[in-house]
Design a protein around this ligand. Structure first.
Ligand code: AHR
Length: 628
């Protein structure tokens, strides 16, 4: 329930209002934020992911001059039962350079001159003598730009590693593994990471993308979805236990968005990243039902079952409880020990858990949600549980979702909506009338359809409304976050990227201007608002940690307009304040080729006790005032 303490001038608001939503959609994880450069590293791709994929997809059998042999996929003695397929190379004649395989990565591997790359693979010799292997990175014309050698000399699976240093920069290399001794070897979990990952973490994140997220200073990160959470059938529901532990033991599976998840970026990595950037982790677990509880048929033709059978519910509930022990339990507890063994003896301080994502509010859902909710609440009253309002922003089903959640006394409810910019502008007051006695809101997914400046400014106006209602709206996250060129299933996203370039949308800049300028107290009498002019919106908050006063002004019209500011509530403020302005042509957008069309401009301005702020046409301005 809301903790609001109304005073003469304002109210306390949530200190966690603006965070991030991360889902492995649009190649956001594998091929995206997860820094692994090899695609299908464990030979686990299959027609279940996509009808034309198989164990050797993205691999090429290579027999440079005069060599011959064969390449097969086997399953009889895997590295781990969770990782059943592996490749077997039979080298019959070594020829000039050996017999081997090439991997083209996620549409080639980009390397930088002088940078080091960490190679590893599991291998075993299947013939009597050890097998010498050359690992290299090669250009499309076969020029070797990095090389290292390994001797596979174990009869059992063993992890072999090598470091490769790039002698030149190249945007389209492949990894080439050539066995240069006659005989037979098995290979699996063939991996290549840049040594420079975000904070140089092992099994880490792509440094440039992760840094952009860190720069946003989000107060929380929601993961792993979105629809990825519940999958499109019970077969690919996201089960967190499958995503922790050594990567060769994780369970790979079909991604609901039509590709494959290695789970290399799993719960351990999500929690570590949250800790690294000071964001609260917000895992969302399935409510034991699959995609909108409909068998997954509504969106991408899934054919899975609807809901976990009741006789599996106790086990499932235990899985949810185990997550809390894994995250917060002492290193001596069963699951805390697993976290410690992975390298994190200290708890991760989990405070929020979401249960369900956009689930249709059916009797199946209701029964399972309640069972999970009651069990978590009974064992972990310290955890804030977030329920779901279902897939809609209003209407009968939405009301039903709210009723179910309110009846259970759920502390927060996750609402989702994607709408035209016009909708956002005509709903700036959506939360003003929300009953403060009812559960709080987590606006877990929202965006206006588009990545033009006009969309971003409409969202900015809406976000000032979220701040004004920050006593009842306790968290909010734009969605989706990341989208890779040529692999985008959802067209409106916050950050677009390819293997080397990044384009920050105007929506990203708006989000960042809010996430880096959050407050925990809202003042309602500092900026005069003409409620009849919906082209203008504004907010004023205080960040108690720094004492700073933060003003935000939004003008979504095509002409400059003034807003009146009165700072007399504040004593001893510095007249020189930091200012950020994002403005431009309503239809302007950034692209990978032209990423700087719309960027915020940083400056300082002088503020007086009373002044008119001239908000440029189509703009968001943030002014941050220091208190002495
Ligand atoms: O953000 C993209 C998708 O939109 C999410 O997976 C889902 O929850 C929503 O329908």
């Amino acid at each position: 329930q809301s903790q609001t303490k109304k005073t003469e001038t304002g109210k306390k608001i949530s200190p966690y209002l603006f965070g991030l939503f991360f889902e492995d959609i649009n190649y956001a994880a594998d091929g995206g934020l997860y820094a692994e450069l090899i695609q299908n590293r464990s030979f686990e791709y299959s027609p279940t992911d996509r009808t034309d994929w198989h164990s050797l997809s993205f691999w090429e059998y290579t027999t440079p001059r005069y060599s011959y042999g064969s390449l097969n996929v086997e399953t009889s003695t895997p590295v781990h039962p969770n990782n059943p397929h592996y490749a077997v190379l039979n080298i019959e004649h070594v020829g000039e350079a050996g017999v081997g395989v090439k991997n083209h990565g996620f549409e080639n591997i980009v390397i930088k001159q002088g940078d080091k790359y960490s190679f590893s693979m599991f291998a075993r010799q299947l013939s009597s003598s050890p097998i010498a292997v050359t690992i290299s990175l090669q250009t499309p014309k076969g020029k070797v730009v990095a090389e290292s050698k390994i001797n596979v000399n174990t009869k059992d699976w063993n992890k072999y590693t090598a470091s490769l240093t790039a002698s030149a920069s190249n945007d389209s290399t492949s990894l080439v593994i050539l066995a240069t001794t006659k005989g037979k070897i098995a290979l699996d979990v063939v991996s290549l990471f840049p040594e420079k990952t975000f904070l140089n973490r092992q099994n880490g994140l792509r440094a440039d993308l992760a840094q952009l997220l860190a720069d946003m200073k989000p107060s929380f990160i929601r993961f792993p979805g979105g629809c990825l959470t519940h999958g499109d059938g019970l077969g690919n529901m996201y089960r967190w236990k499958n995503t922790v532990g050594p990567i060769e033991q994780r369970v790979e599976q079909k991604n609901i968005w039509g590709y494959h998840q290695t789970a290399g970026l799993g719960y351990y990595e999500y929690f570590q990243f949250c800790e690294d950037i000071g964001a609260k982790p917000l895992p969302v677990l399935p409510a034991a039902v699959s995609c909108q509880n409909s068998g997954g048929t509504w969106r991408i033709g899934g054919t899975g079952q609807k809901a976990l059978p009741m006789d599996e519910m106790q086990e499932y509930i235990q899985e949810v409880l185990d997550l809390i022990e894994w995250a917060n339990g002492p290193a001596t507890s069963t699951w805390g020990a697993k976290r410690a063994a992975a390298g994190h003896p200290q708890p991760f301080n989990l405070e929020f858990v979401g249960i369900g994502n956009e689930d249709k509010i059916t009797p199946e859902f209701e029964a399972r949600f309640k069972m999970i909710y009651d069990a978590v609440r009974a064992k972990h009253p310290e955890i804030t549980i977030i329920g779901t309002s279902g897939p809609f922003s209003d209407g009968e089903d939405f009301d039903k979702g709210w009723t179910v959640a309110s009846n259970s006394n759920v502390p927060m409810i996750d609402e989702h909506y994607y709408k035209e910019p016009k909708w956002f502008l005509s709903n700036l007051n959506r939360y003003d009338a929300y009953d403060r006695k009812k559960p709080g809101v987590y606006l877990g997914e929202y965006a206006s359809w588009g990545n033009k400046l006009y969309n971003a400014i409409a969202e900015a106006a809406y976000m000032t409304g979220l701040e004004r209602n920050g006593d009842i709206v306790r968290m909010a996250s734009y969605a989706p976050l990341l989208a890779k060129k040529n692999h985008t299933q959802w067209n409106t996203d916050m950050i677009f990227f390819d293997n080397s370039k990044i384009s920050l949308t105007p929506n990203y800049h708006v989000q960042k201007m809010f996430t880096t300028n959050q407050g925990d107290y809202y003042y309602d009498n500092v900026i005069a608002q003409n409620v009849k002019d919906t082209t203008l919106a504004a907010s004023c908050v205080k960040d108690s940690k720094t004492g700073d006063i933060i003003l935000k002004f939004v003008n979504n019209s095509n002409v400059a307009k003034s807003m009146k500011v009165n700072l007399s509530t504040f004593k001893n403020y510095m007249s020189s304040a930091a200012q950020i302005v994002l403005s431009g042509n309503a239809n302007a957008e950034n692209t990978l080729e032209h990423p700087q069309n719309i960027v915020p401009v940083y400056s300082t301005v002088n503020v007086n006790k009373v002044f008119d702020y001239p908000a440029p046409a189509m703009s968001l301005t943030v002014i941050r005032i220091k208190i002495l």
